[in-house]
Design a protein. Structure first.
Lengths: 251, 317
């Protein structure tokens, strides 16, 4: 399995997903993400945006359609998911740090055990990444000793330690106290400026507008509308999006 | 504010002591009313025997004692075997006696473990070995219970349901009479097998609950980093599950020690069987059973103490 370097890193074609209880979570969603692109996905809760994100690294299965990531089909029967996931970093709403390990150990675990890289190299990179997210001095703290914002920044460093070509963010700031949202968004903004390919499910409209190359609106499992951020927020040519934005801005 | 609370605490400690005393006293007076003579003084001998090691006849034959009584020689009845012994403190046979193989000829001086201590040792041994096997079996079956593979899941479920749905005593009989006979197991091996398989089923449920108690996101985070299922289990899920598992696991292993008393129905002289034998030779059932209970309590108490220390160390990590 060689990894080609296509311009299009993610290509989803007519993806549908039905939950076991019959709910249609995704309806014929198609999507492409180019290398270096920052895509923000917004929409009301229950619109299927998190589900869509989770199908990209096969944390969720799909009922129909096809998803190509880095030139490899994700949901075919022969897909090497473990290998694919090393190339797709994921950041969760609830951080999901490993509570029995220090921040540094959290960052080092997967490169050591999955990529089997030498420890000295992994340690150096992990320390560098923790410094990059501003937590060099918290390397030996356990997650329980860190604030939510700090935990999420460690989680970002943990995903970056695998040197992925794509980063997925599933509502990375939704579980944070308001005063901690900024520090996490700042790390993400820096990452975007370095040219990382990112798919971000978020409710932070200001961030989406400032950082995204393209914003996508989902509602009831459908991809309703997508556009460049300026046009998306200032002159949305879609009735449902206008209603949604109206509700969000009112709050 | 602190003083009255302190007073109350001492009051309740006093109430506790009073209740225990009252219970002890009523037990004492109850035993006075029945016609039973307590003979605690005979008990120590069955824990540590001062009678010393026995010298037994190696074959059927005749006894010859030397003039000073310090050497005993056996002559084989049908053959030319001769065997001499010395260094004993007490001779139990006379000059020219006909004795048969395994008859006790004399006793050497010194102390040796009495039947209760020997029984305690067997109980400890069978429990410890069963514990190791039960842990391995329970871990495998517990992982099977949470596996997505239907074969593994159903096998584990069948095992757990069958074992939990039948009495241990019946299982011990099946292991001893059926499986033990088919596989030519010794009574000890059959006992270990029965206890391990029985306890393993309960350990499996404890392991399953421990794994399921770890947040779902942990497995997702591990998998999203490219770990395969065994790696995620080993590095992420199990270390967290272990802390939840430890307290109920201790309880299960205390049960194992107590359940091991049921192997006395096989030809195994564990603590309970030893107790029964001592009762039949002393006719002091009350003292003996109290002593046996105390010895079980010693084993289970040490185990919980050990685990409590381990838990503290885990908590500090």
């Amino acid at each position: 399995m060689t990894d080609r370097k296509p311009q299009i890193l993610i290509e989803a074609r007519a993806v549908s997903k039905q939950f076991a209880n019959g709910t249609q979570a995704l309806k014929q969603v198609s999507l492409t993400v180019e290398r270096g692109e920052v895509l923000c996905i917004i929409g009301p809760s229950g619109s299927g945006k998190s589900t869509l994100l989770r199908t990209l690294n096969a944390l969720e299965e799909i009922s129909e359609g096809d998803i190509q990531v880095n030139g490899h089909s994700v949901h075919s029967s022969g897909a090497d998911l473990n290998r694919l996931r090393t190339q797709v970093g994921m950041v969760f709403q609830q951080f999901n740090l490993f509570p029995h390990m220090t921040a540094l150990e959290n960052v080092m675990l997967a490169p050591l055990k999955v990529l089997k890289q030498p420890e000295a190299e992994v340690r150096a990179r992990a320390e560098q990444l923790l410094a990059k997210v501003g937590l060099a001095e918290k390397a030996h703290s356990h997650p329980a000793q860190l604030s939510g914002g700090q935990q999420q920044r460690v989680a970002i460093a943990r995903a970056l330690a695998m040197q992925p070509s794509i980063m997925l963010f599933d509502e990375p700031t939704s579980a944070l106290d308001p005063e901690m949202v900024g520090e996490v968004l700042e790390v993400m903004r820096a990452l975007a400026q370095e040219g990382m390919t990112m798919c971000i499910v978020t409710h932070e409209m200001g961030f989406a507008r400032a950082v995204a190359h393209r914003v996508l609106f989902m509602d009831h499992g459908e991809m309703v509308y997508q556009d460049a951020p300026a046009a998306f927020f200032d002159a949305p040519r879609n009735e449902r999006l206008r209603t949604f934005l109206g509700q969000v801005l009112k709050n | 504010m602190k003083k009255p609370v302190d007073h109350m605490r001492w009051l309740w400690h006093g109430v506790y002591a009073l209740v225990i005393l009252a219970l002890g006293a009523s037990l004492y007076f109850a035993s006075k009313r029945i016609d039973y003579s307590w003979r605690w003084e005979r008990l120590p001998e069955y824990v540590i025997s001062t009678e010393g090691e026995e010298i037994r006849a190696p074959f059927d034959g005749f006894v010859e004692l030397s003039a000073d009584g310090k050497t005993l020689t056996m002559t084989e009845m049908k053959g030319a075997g001769r065997e001499s012994y010395s260094g004993f403190s007490k001779v139990l046979v006379g000059q020219g006696d006909l004795v048969f193989q395994n008859d006790v000829l004399a006793r050497k001086p010194g102390m040796r473990p009495g039947p209760l201590l020997v029984g305690l040792w067997l109980t400890l041994k069978i429990s410890a070995i069963s514990l190791v096997f039960a842990l391995a079996l329970g871990l495998i079956a517990g992982l099977g219970r949470v596996a997505s593979n239907p074969a593994a899941r159903n096998l584990a479920t069948t095992y757990v349901e069958i074992i939990r749905g039948t009495p241990l005593l019946v299982q011990i009989f099946i292991f001893y009479f059926f499986i033990g006979t088919v596989l030519q197991l010794s009574a000890f091996a059959a006992g270990v097998a029965a206890l391990s398989v029985f306890t393993g089923a309960y350990v499996a449920e404890i392991v399953r609950a421990g794994i399921e108690g770890v947040a779902r996101g942990q497995m997702e985070a591990a998998r999203s980093l490219g770990m395969n299922y065994p790696q995620a289990m080993r590095y992420v899920i199990m270390p967290q599950a272990l802390r939840r598992i430890l307290p109920p696991l201790t309880g299960q292993f205390i049960n194992l020690i107590k359940d091991s008393s049921l192997v006395s129905v096989m030809a195994l002289t564990d603590l309970t069987k030893a107790g029964r034998e001592v009762v039949s030779s002393t006719f002091s059932p009350f003292e003996v059973w109290f002593a046996v209970a105390a010895m079980y309590l010693l084993l289970t108490g040490s185990l919980s103490l050990l685990v409590r220390r381990l838990e503290k160390r885990l908590a500090h990590d």
